[in-house]
Design a binder for this molecule. Structure first.
Ligand SMILES: Nc1nc(=O)c2c([nH]1)NC[C@@H]1CN(c3ccc(C(=O)N[C@@H](CCC(=O)O)C(=O)O)cc3)CN21
Ligand SMILES: O=c1ccn([C@H]2C[C@H](O)[C@@H](COP(=O)(O)O)O2)c(=O)[nH]1
Length: 283
């Protein structure tokens, strides 16, 4: 939690105002941030200086791992974060590739589970990683990437957290996740949960102990309309100790994640937090 607050403070102290054409807003911007999570020690990096809706963040991750492409599918598992980008974004609404209400196009999980090869093959990146790691193999290319420039025009948003690299060292599994663009008040609250949970889940289904997760962010920003609540409310609060994430031990395979797992299979223990803060969201 300290590293999150330090990043927010660094943006406030050292950030530069940058105009953003896509949203029409200015962002206080900092380049390069490195965060680290102790997944083996189960220090769940949940924000405590406001209430975090961590279940929606895990639902979003589950949708990515399943290869969802519709905001309706995300809603059905308890996640509302894609409604605006699928249905209220003028550029996407005018895109001839959009297949009606709730379609997100070929973003995130679609690329992760069904990357389209030039020869017509569909490539399941996650299946390959899980199969390798389950057999104790790390070929130094256990990479899940959602970043497909050849298909940006087929999706509503380019992926922000775009690449996840798994590394097996002895019995311990590590994860390095890369993010090109980060809405620190809103998105990072979700992304921290997702990086941690992704390592915990993949370690569990491949039979390894989780080690650390490394989260590398390039453009970290606070939108102009979020700066007041950040400096006047959130940064004035004292954080509480990290809670713990409890995952149902019956989850044993990628098929389990694809078929029966719900948010009831995840519990958080010892989550003490301050009051909610409703930050403005920019489409
Ligand atoms: N501007 C922007 N910021 C983002 O963080 C973001 C996007 N766009 N577009 C794509 C996804 C969607 N994500 C989102 C979208 C909404 C919330 C949000 O409104 N969170 C609230 C409440 C969540 C709830 O009630 O479930 C929060 O207080 O955290 C968070 C992440 C992350 N991404
Ligand atoms: O997982 C996510 C997804 C999105 N974001 C934020 C980062 C930016 O504020 C916007 C995306 O806008 P771009 O113009 O495509 O950079 O969404 C996030 O923080 N985390």
């Amino acid at each position: 939690m300290k590293q999150y607050l330090q990043l927010c403070q660094r943006i406030v102290d050292e950030g530069t105002w940058v105009d953003n054409a896509r949203t029409g807003k200015r962002c206080l911007t900092l380049i390069n941030a490195d965060l680290e999570y102790d997944v083996g020690g189960n220090a769940f990096p949940l924000i405590t200086t406001r209430k975090s809706y961590w279940k929606a963040a895990i639902a979003e991750l589950l949708g990515y791992l399943r290869g969802y492409s519709s905001a309706a599918e995300f809603r059905a598992i308890g996640c509302n974060t894609w409604n605006a980008n699928a249905n209220d974004n003028a550029a996407w609404l005018a895109n001839p590739h959009r297949r009606g209400e709730d379609d997100m196009g070929r973003v995130y999980g679609v690329q992760g589970r069904a990357w389209q090869g030039p020869d017509g093959r569909s490539i399941d990146q996650l299946r390959k990683i899980v199969d390798d790691l389950s057999q104790g193999v790390d070929d130094r290319g256990e990479i899940l990437t959602f970043y497909n420039p050849g298909e940006f025009h087929l999706g509503c948003l380019r992926p922000c957290m775009h690449t996840h690299t798994f590394s097996l060292v002895g019995e311990r599994l590590f994860l390095t996740s890369y993010q090109r663009s980060c809405d620190v008040p809103l998105g990072l609250n979700f992304n921290q949960v997702q990086v941690f949970t992704l390592l915990a889940l993949v370690a569990q289904i491949t039979g390894h102990k989780p080690g650390k997760a490394y989260h590398k962010i390039v453009n970290a920003h606070i939108y102009e309309d979020q700066l007041g609540p950040m400096t006047q409310v959130q940064l004035k609060r004292q954080p509480y100790a990290s809670p713990r994430l409890i995952i149902n031990p019956a989850i044993r395979s990628l098929e389990d994640l694809e078929t029966w797992v719900t948010l009831d299979d995840f519990q958080v223990e010892g989550y003490q937090h301050h009051d909610p803060i409703a930050y403005p969201f920019s489409v």
